[in-house]
Design a protein around this ligand. Sequence first.
Ligand code: F6P
Length: 323
Amino acid sequence: MKRIAVLTSGGDAPGMNACIRAVVRTGLYHGLEVIGVRRGYEGLMDGDFMNMDSHSVSNIIQRGGTILKTSRSERFKTKEGLLEATKKANEAGIEGFVMIGGDGTFKGAEAFCEASGIPCMGAPGTIDNDLFGTDYTIGYDTALNTVIDAVDKIRDTAASHNRLFFIEVMGRDAGYIALNGGVGAGAEEILIPETATDIQELIKHLEEGWKRHKSSVIIIVAEGEKEGGAIEVARKVKEKFDHYDTRVTIIGHMQRGGSPSCFDRVLASRLGVAATEGLIEGRKNESVGLIHNHIAYTPFSQARKHKVDVNEDLIRIGRMLSS
Ligand code: F6P
């Protein structure tokens, strides 16, 4: 193997740059040429390539976003798109890929690996933490820190005005950001898609708190919550319980930005090295991950399945400590 390529795809996540840096420097360390693909799979189909030397990844470990840019590509899901990407990769003499992204990225990587015969390895980069084969995805820890920082600030104003706040966090159809961010911020209630939400029960809790003279309340709502997002849940609650002055905040895309935490920088570095060295050792069609602090390899077909095992004990802890 002489030449490999690296790309980022799907939603960006803090730490992707640290992972790009790890892939580039590991490849160079082992005597390979490294190509950067701009704009994810869109750039692969367009042959939008750049040579990566050690200097090209200087000073990026601390930067959010992705210097290679990213995209969500519909074209890459087609047979023609895969053929075009294969042609461009072969013309550039690329013999292996490291793809950094979430489940959509791994789905694309699996299809491309099969269509082109070029070995691909994945590094899990998404704030959602919703992939099998790793305890943590790159960007999740930073997003959690952004969430608790935002909720702490909202709590200041909620307490000053005696208000009830519904705060919506990202995670697509997974509740990891909501559950861990909610416990970390000491939220009174946490609504996630993995467990059924009973609006009547929620109102009962609010009434109990009101009777105990609870002056302000924070309810974290995962964007994938089955009863609806924060606006919808707030509406349903307000219909029957109107004691508090109520506000809704959607934290939104700020959860995707910012300088990665130390945890994410180290995770991204370890996973970038493992993905690249795995490729060199002849691995393909797998995602790297960290399980119980050890590097693990999981076939793409498994890794991209949504985790469903929410931490029941954390739900219990959150309820107990906020009552
Ligand atoms: O997968 C990361 C994520 O931020 C999800 O939490 C969210 O649902 C989605 O991407 C938003 O995507 P977009 O940036 O395309 O609106």
